[in-house]
Design a protein around this ligand. Structure first.
Ligand SMILES: [Zn+2]
Length: 281
């Protein structure tokens, strides 16, 4: 029996799937009909060996003109399943001083331990100095950052990609600038980072504070260099994540096990690396 911590779960609600993602998702994924109650999610994940899961808020209002999945809502779900969910809030960096005020309330008001950032969907570069006061607030609050890296299904297939620019999610120079300027922020780069997966591997090897979650892809389809590094040099830096409802935890975990990695390495990827990073005992 495995034990696992999923560091990347979206709320499977109609509000998130249709509201927050809306037309930006419709051409890319058949996930719009995947709404389900949180109690079903929790039992499905628990059956697959997942003990804890990071649940993500979403606010890209300035860019998308679509409603947020609010920090209040995510906090209320975590309150109903406090032994299972770990809440990560969202702030729209374009909200300026209000975003900074909100980040300063994350721990005290919501009990959040991290922030989700999505540079393409929120239309910013993490290297842009205009946002450094916000990154500074995140660092001084001691929050973990989960930052989207590489290609995204958000906007994929739309004319002009709906204005969603992939270049904001490049490991070099965009994410590196963030990681080196704010070295006390534990930074989880979300997804293998394709088509810059080798760049992302280099960034994670180079920076002690950079981690990679392998969410959104079945391990079966990961590029060979990612698989090679996950079982060797980066075995302490790579984390399990589903990007639920994109992939189910049982499929992700069984596809990982098919590689036949050493048991110790599997336990690090599925559980120990995240436990250390998130302070789960
Ligand atoms: Zn995601």
């Amino acid at each position: 029996m495995v034990r696992a911590i999923d560091v990347h779960v979206h709320p499977p609600t109609t509000e998130y799937l249709e509201g927050s993602g809306g037309s930006y998702f419709s051409n890319a994924f058949g996930i719009m009909d995947k709404a389900e109650p949180f109690s079903d999610l929790v039992s499905k994940f628990t059956d697959a060996g997942v003990e804890r899961a990071v649940l993500l808020a979403w606010d890209a209002e300035t860019m998308t003109r679509q409603p947020a999945t609010s920090n209040e809502f995510i906090a209320s779900v975590v309150e109903q399943h406090p032994d299972f969910f770990i809440g990560f809030g969202s702030i729209d960096p374009w909200k300026g001083r209000e975003a900074i005020r909100e980040v300063r309330r994350f721990k005290s008001r919501y009990g959040f331990t991290g922030v989700k950032l999505h540079p393409p969907a929120q239309s910013f570069s993490p290297a842009d100095p205009r946002f450094f006061p916000l990154w500074d607030a995140i660092q001084s609050e001691g929050l973990v950052v989960l930052m989207h890296a590489g290609h995204t299904g958000f906007g994929a297939g739309l004319p002009g990609a709906g204005g969603v620019r992939l270049r904001h999610a490049r490991p070099f120079p965009d994410i590196e600038e963030f990681a080196t300027s704010f070295p006390r922020i534990p930074l989880i780069c979300a997804h293998p980072g394709w088509p810059w997966h080798d760049d992302l591997l280099a960034l994670a090897m180079h920076n002690a504070n950079v981690y990679i979650d392998l969410s959104g892809w079945s391990p079966k389809y990961l590029p060979p260099s990612v698989v090679q590094h996950a079982k060797s040099l980066l075995q302490d830096k790579v984390l399990f994540g589903t990007d639920y409802p994109v992939i189910s935890p049982e499929r992700w975990i069984s596809d990982l096990q098919a590689y036949g990695f050493k048991e110790d390495v599997v336990d690090k990827i599925l559980y120990r690396n995240a436990a250390r990073l998130l302070g789960v005992s």
